[in-house]
Each structure stands twice: as C-alpha cells, then as structure tokens.
Design a protein around this ligand. Structure first.
Ligand code: ITT
Ligand code: MG
Length: 201
C-alpha cells in the first residue's frame, strides 16, 4: 500500500487530503494517528516558513518523507489578516465559530465589493537529508455577510466562491477539492510524487 504522512493535526485538512489522494491509491496518515507526536510552534511570518517548520520537524521525528500544510485566509479590507494567524485569530483554543464571529465583526458595514479575500495554502515536503520543497496556491473569493453551509471546516461558511454562487461550506467535498487552494497546491507536487510516497508492505 502506498502511504504518505501529512504533518497536520487538523481533522478537516486530513479529510481533504484523504479524498484527494485516494484517487491515486495513496493512504493518508495524519498526526491524529500519532497522538504522542510533539507540537511544532508556528513561529514563521509566512505560510511557507510555517509549512517548512512543521514538515522538517516531523520528517526528523518520523525519519521519513512528510508533507506539511500551512494555510489560512487573507482579507484585503483587514490588510491580509487573519493570515498566518488564521487558526488562532480569536484565541489559543482555535475555535472556528469564534474566528468567524471576529472576522464578521471586523467587516461590519464593509460592502461586498470590498470584501475580497483569498485562501492560501503552502505545502512543504521534507525528507531526512534532502532539501525541502515548497509549493503554494490560492483560491479567490469574498467574505459573506453571514455563515452558510455545513461542509468543510474553518472559515468555509463565510467564504463565498463567486464562480459557484455558494459559500465553500455549501460545496460538496468533491466540488471543494476541484477548486481549493489545497487541491491546487497538491497538483503542483505532481512531478515529485514518486519520490514523496512511501511503499508500505
Ligand atoms: O497546523 P495544523 O496542525 O496543520 O492545523 P491548523 O488548524 O493549526 O492549521 P494552520 O496552522 O495551517 O492554520 C490554518 C487555519 O486556516 C483556516 N483554513 C485553512 N484552510 C482552510 C480551508 O480550506 N477552509 C477553511 N478554513 C481554512 C482554518 O481556520 C485553519 O485552522
Ligand atoms: Mg497550525
């Protein structure tokens, strides 16, 4: 069985990688499968730096190739916030509802045309003794006036995708995986794929 470790403790990201990589016949393990693995401090100032920190720490820990995802939402009217602080925007407890409420409060009274935003995803591939590779992608949209939809995770209920006429949380998993920042970044790893996967008996 082909396998890859994604260095994330986020259940929503894990589900998306599982769906995206199932098509290739690759089994995804995330850090949720390894409850004892250490936390990595995200001290970088960019998505790429944080993805590299997480990937390299976990490649050392597991002695094998890992992919890390650092992602978040950049809102133009908020000068790019929440940005690299997306997970903890409303506090250390990483509460999606509180993060959404904080963003909507900050954007109160801002008209739709000024509510432009994008999701960013940086994926770092690290392996012991190898130079770490990074790819990045974005997905453009608007911040809705109120949350809508039950699918996805994080800021998906307030991220309006104009070409679909829906929020990201109203899209099916398959639809999100056709357009998302994460899917686009993963596609950029296509050429390196044979070196990334581990063959397990
Ligand atoms: O660091 P790991 O363990 O991967 O998990 P995390 O949740 O802390 O992940 P990040 O540090 O990359 O923070 C990303 C945050 O940005 C948001 N985010 C990222 N991708 C998203 C997506 O596809 N849809 C909605 N929100 C997303 C969400 O709130 C995440 O918690
Ligand atoms: Mg994190």
């Amino acid at each position: 069985m082909k396998q890859v470790i994604i260095a994330t403790k986020n259940a929503g990201k894990t589900r998306e990688f599982q769906a995206l990589l199932a098509k290739k016949g690759v089994e995804v393990k995330s850090l949720l499968d390894f409850p004892d693995c250490p936390d990595v401090e995200e001290t970088g100032s960019t998505f790429a730096e944080n993805a590299i920190l997480k990937a390299e720490a976990m490649a050392r820990y597991f002695h094998t190739t890992v992919i890390a995802d650092d992602s978040g939402l950049a809102i133009d009217a908020l000068h790019g916030r929440p940005g690299v602080y997306s997970a903890r925007y409303a506090g250390e407890e990483k509460d999606d509802q509180k993060n959404i409420a904080k963003v909507l409060e900050e954007l109160k009274g801002v008209p739709l045309e000024k509510r432009t935003a994008r999701f960013h995803c940086a994926l770092a591939v690290a392996a012991p003794g190898r130079r770490t590779a990074v790819v990045e992608a974005t997905c453009e949209g608007y911040i809705a006036e109120e949350p809508k939809g039950e699918n996805g995770f994080g800021y998906d209920p307030i991220f309006y995708v104009p070409q679909k006429g829906k929020t990201m949380a109203e899209l099916s998993k398959e639809e999100k995986n056709q357009i998302s920042h994460r899917a686009k970044a993963l596609a950029k790893l296509e050429e390196q794929w044979d070196e990334i996967i581990n063959d397990k008996e």
